[in-house]
Design a protein around this ligand. Structure first.
Ligand code: FES
Ligand code: FES
Length: 156
């Protein structure tokens, strides 16, 4: 089935099984590999992308549901000033260690800051609660969110 959608602001068309996940379509069919596969069952958040400005697990979304929608992945977000702001904050706070959770974390922090430019620690922890990180203990990622909010003042 032909599925048409916007990927990082570009109109794309793929011809795939509509039940194939968005994640496998991105990585396997379209060679967009920034989005990671962890658990494959909606538990780890490694595959987080934005769908119509909402954070979703791409492993759980059939590509058929993406028809006509708008997907943003790290490949697109890192080209933007806001994306760079979040990435630089994660680097500054040493919130990137093995890096496996990082693409999903960048999307999750961006999604948070888009709705709350100055989040409290509790709000940050809730916002990243669907994104597992085995390395950092989360403190550095919480710090990164605060840095991104502070350094991106006026951006968000
Ligand atoms: S790979 Fe999608 S939530 Fe873990
Ligand atoms: S930096 Fe390794 S899982 Fe988060």
């Amino acid at each position: 089935m032909k599925i048409e959608f916007y990927l990082n602001s570009h109109l794309v068309v793929v011809d795939v099984d509509p039940m194939q996940s968005l994640l496998h379509t991105l990585r396997g069919t379209m060679n967009h590999n920034a989005t990671k596969e962890g658990c494959g069952e909606g538990e780890c958040g490694a595959c987080s992308v934005l769908f119509n400005n909402r954070l979703v697990n791409a492993c759980m979304m059939p590509i058929g549901q993406v028809q006509g929608g708008d997907v943003m992945t790290l490949e697109g977000l890192r080209q933007t000033e806001k994306g760079q702001c979040v990435i630089n904050a994660l680097l500054e706070a040493k919130g990137v260690q093995c890096g496996f959770c990082t693409p999903g974390m960048v999307l999750a922090l961006y999604a948070l800051l888009e709705v709350d430019a100055n989040p409290t620690e509790q709000v940050i922890r809730t916002a990243i609660s669907g994104n597992l990180c085995r390395c950092t203990g989360y403190g550095m990622i919480v710090e990164a969110a605060k840095i991104a909010a502070q350094k991106g003042e006026g951006l968000w």
